[in-house]
Unconditional design. Structure first.
Length: 195
């Protein structure tokens, strides 16, 4: 039963990763990021106690809240994205390549580290999708989302190897620090209104 729920969490990560890559609206992006942290929580729970795994969920949702509160106060950005290429077909094809590559690597990683296949695939999938998001955008919010996705994938893989509470706290501090630095840079990048 636990393995079936792990596969459901991987499907949630697949859907949220594809949505983060394809969506241009910041509200959808933050909602998908929050759903992604639900999958991160479940895959981390496969190796950590529920109290430590819930730290990932709460920290991720706090990061989403900080980024969301920053975006609410800003004017709506222009609809065009400055990233190249802008085609959704290209993004779907690139996501498909990340999915298949991460699945192929997950078999080796699972055998090498002695972890479940869904945990290995979920972590490698998030790291690949995070790097893909980082490579295809120039907007500060999407860059922060890409970094948070990359870090979430690393956290899943590291949770399978290390069960220290200090490491969980350090990774939570890094996630919150990254979100707060991103919120600051999003605010600093907007021109101030003159009276």
């Amino acid at each position: 039963m636990l393995n079936i729920l792990n596969w459901i969490a991987v499907l949630l990560l697949l859907a949220s990763g594809a949505g983060l890559l394809l969506s241009r609206d910041w509200r959808w992006n933050l909602g998908l990021l929050a759903a992604q942290y639900l999958g991160v929580f479940w895959l981390t729970y496969a190796h950590w106690p529920i109290a430590m795994a819930s730290v990932k969920l709460v920290t991720g949702w706090m990061a989403c809240a900080a980024l969301g509160m920053t975006q609410v106060g800003l004017a709506e950005p222009a609809s065009g994205e400055t990233a190249w290429p802008q085609s959704r077909l290209f993004r779907v094809a690139a996501a498909g390549l990340v999915w298949t590559t991460s699945l192929a690597l997950a078999f080796q990683t699972s055998a090498w580290l002695g972890i479940n296949l869904p945990v290995a695939w979920g972590s490698l999938l998030l790291m690949g999708m995070g790097m893909l998001i980082l490579g295809l955008t120039a907007q500060p919010l999407r860059i922060v989302i890409g970094l948070l996705t990359l870090l979430a994938g690393f956290e899943i893989l590291y949770a399978a190897v290390e069960t220290s509470a200090l490491v969980a706290a350090l990774l939570a501090a890094i996630t919150l620090g990254l979100a707060l630095a991103g919120a600051y840079l999003i605010n600093a990048g907007t021109p101030e209104e003159t009276e």
